[in-house]
Ligand binder design. Structure first.
Ligand code: FES
Ligand code: FES
Length: 178
């Protein structure tokens, strides 16, 4: 399984807070955000419902499809299985922040986004934000040496449209650019 949940569990302080809304501060795409949430709320719910960042998709909501993949401190995680409160003080990156990780807003696409377009690596597009966040992680981790390795390390991201050959082509092309 290539995509994971954060290794750190909530510390004692987090564990004692709630069950009602508590103030949580986290970095999202280069901006510090403060939100009042119940400790039981997932990161996916916070991103989509509280912060209006709907790029990360809710597919299965149980950790099996990868549509909700984002990064926490630069590592890919499944937002549906990640409690938002465990991200306190961490930096969350979503597909909306990938094109402009420095927050400049210049709109320059990431090479992986450009290659997904160039290689026609999607059909309906529902899985695409998660695929791209996972694909960049896959390359950065050094797990994109060949197709077999890409298959293995992208196995947590399901595509119902079966665009896999094109997705792997995009990953190979982006890998060779960076
Ligand atoms: S919605 Fe998170 S893994 Fe499917
Ligand atoms: S492009 Fe449709 S689910 Fe992947």
């Amino acid at each position: 399984m290539a995509v994971r949940t954060p290794e750190a569990s909530p510390g004692p302080e987090a564990a004692e807070r709630g069950p009602g809304p508590v103030k949580v501060r986290l970095g999202v795409n280069g901006r510090e955000r403060g939100i009042d949430i119940e400790p039981r709320v997932s990161l996916l719910e916070v991103l989509r419902a509280e912060l209006d960042l709907t790029g990360a998709k809710r597919g299965c909501d149980q950790g099996t499809c990868g549509a909700c993949t984002v990064w926490v401190d630069g590592r890919r995680v499944l937002a549906c299985l990640t409690l938002a409160i465990t991200c306190e003080g961490r930096e969350v990156t979503t597909i909306e922040g990938l094109a402009r990780p420095d927050g400049t807003g210049d709109g320059q696409l990431h090479p992986m986004q450009e290659e997904f377009i160039a290689q026609d690596a999607f059909q309906c597009g529902y899985c695409t934000p998660g695929q791209i966040m996972s694909a960049v992680g896959c390359v950065q981790e050094g797990h994109a040496t060949d197709d077999a390795e890409i298959k293995e390390w992208m196995s947590g991201n399901i595509c119902r449209c079966a665009a896999y050959p094109h997705i792997r082509a995009a990953i190979r092309a982006a890998r060779d650019r960076v």
